[in-house]
Design a binder for this molecule. Structure first.
Ligand code: IPM
Ligand code: MN
Length: 356
């Protein structure tokens, strides 16, 4: 989008602590927009578990059409203690990722100053890489079925689907991103070609083909199990990782914890095409036990706002938010864990605004 246009943001607070952290994200957005002269508007949508329990609908008729008019969605959290697992995840989060064809799930793994990592001896300069997770294929497509369900002979099938087009658009985007990031200029493909000899063979061949267009980028390959080991032992090795949807899901939780936990980890579900609607979110869940206690950490959501701004072409504002986060984690907060920050949710939001 053109950075002079009014940025249109749909805000879905969602479940549990989602609305609380999103409120702090919007607070910081408002402050940085004023400082940087960014025109934006937000509209709240009450989608989530409470609405579902009340109406039986997750995304009501017309919701997708309404959301299409927005450049970005800021999502808080999905998951309600009174709703069976999978319903809201599938009906809201995955539905939006698939419907808006947000084929990139961008998850930076960055240790901010002052943040404790469980990895002994690792400093912020050692933990700074980015995972590009394919976001529309693999085991997430929902293709499968049961045979002889609820009998001793039951069979269940869950199919992973990979397409040349789906692999190529994600891998190409990852190469472009690695070039733009301009650090080690190394892109590591993470997959499991030794076992998934059809699906990941396609992924691998696509990676090899696309690499020919990027002679300036060093290519590298890790099996996913080895990657888990290296992420713990030598996180400084990585620059950008590109991986499939399910492995990306798993390794980015590992990434989340080495960067200080779910209180800080943010992600973007990006449709890079012109006019695409992208969605930014903290990676943590709805943390029901902290709901309404002003105890949850809003830093991940504020980092998601920085990603949103960068995606919308407001790089300077994004950098300003990131710098403010680093100042607050580095000089103010005691911990990134809910209830142990030394401040409440709202106060952390205020501190980031002051640091802008
Ligand atoms: C994530 C989450 C989701 C996923 C769940 C909630 C469906 O774990 O965003 O990583 O598996 O993608
Ligand atoms: Mn996950």
């Amino acid at each position: 989008m053109n950075s002079n246009d009014t940025l249109k943001i749909a805000v879905i607070g969602g479940d549990g602590t989602g609305p609380e952290v999103v409120a702090e994200g919007v607070k910081v957005l408002d402050a940085v927009a004023a400082l940087e002269g960014i025109k934006y508007e937000t509209r709240d949508f009450d989608f989530g578990g409470d609405r579902y329990l009340r109406t039986g609908e997750i995304l009501p008729p017309g919701a997708i059409e309404d959301l299409t008019a927005f450049d970005c969605i800021l999502l808080g959290a999905v998951g309600h203690p009174d709703v069976a697992p999978g319903i809201l995840e599938k009906g809201l989060l995955l539905q939006l990722r698939f419907t808006f064809d947000q084929y990139i799930n961008l998850r930076p793994v960055k240790l901010y100053p002052g943040v404790e990592t469980p990895l002994a001896g690792k400093r912020p300069e050692d933990i700074d890489f980015v995972v590009v997770r394919e976001n529309t294929e693999d085991m997430y497509v929902g293709v499968g079925g049961f045979l002889k369900k609820h009998t001793p002979d039951e069979v269940a099938m869950q199919t992973a689907i990979y397409t040349r087009k789906g692999c190529e658009r994600c891998i190409r985007w990852a190469f472009e991103y690695t070039r733009k990031r301009d650090q080690k200029k190394m892109l590591t493909l993470v997959a499991k070609t030794n076992v998934l000899t059809y699906g990941h063979d396609l992924v691998w061949r696509t990676f090899e083909d696309v690499a020919k267009d990027y002679p300036d980028i060093k290519t590298d390959y890790n099996h996913v199990d080895a990657c888990c080991m290296w992420m713990v032992k030598n996180p400084e090795y990585y620059d950008v990782i590109v991986t499939t949807n399910m492995f990306g899901d798993i390794i980015t939780d590992l990434g989340g914890i080495i960067q200080g936990g779910m209180g800080v980890a943010a992600g973007g579900n990006i449709n890079p095409e012109p006019g695409g609607t992208s969605m930014f979110e903290p990676m943590g869940g709805s943390a029901p036990k902290y709901t309404g206690k002003n105890a949850i950490n809003p830093i991940a959501t504020i980092a998601a706002v920085a990603m949103l701004l960068e995606h919308a072409g407001h790089e300077k504002a994004a950098n300003r938010v990131t710098a403010a986060i680093q100042q607050v984690t580095g000089t103010k907060m005691k911990s990134q864990a809910a209830g142990k920050m030394g401040y409440g949710t709202k106060e952390v939001g205020d501190l980031v605004c002051e640091a802008l």
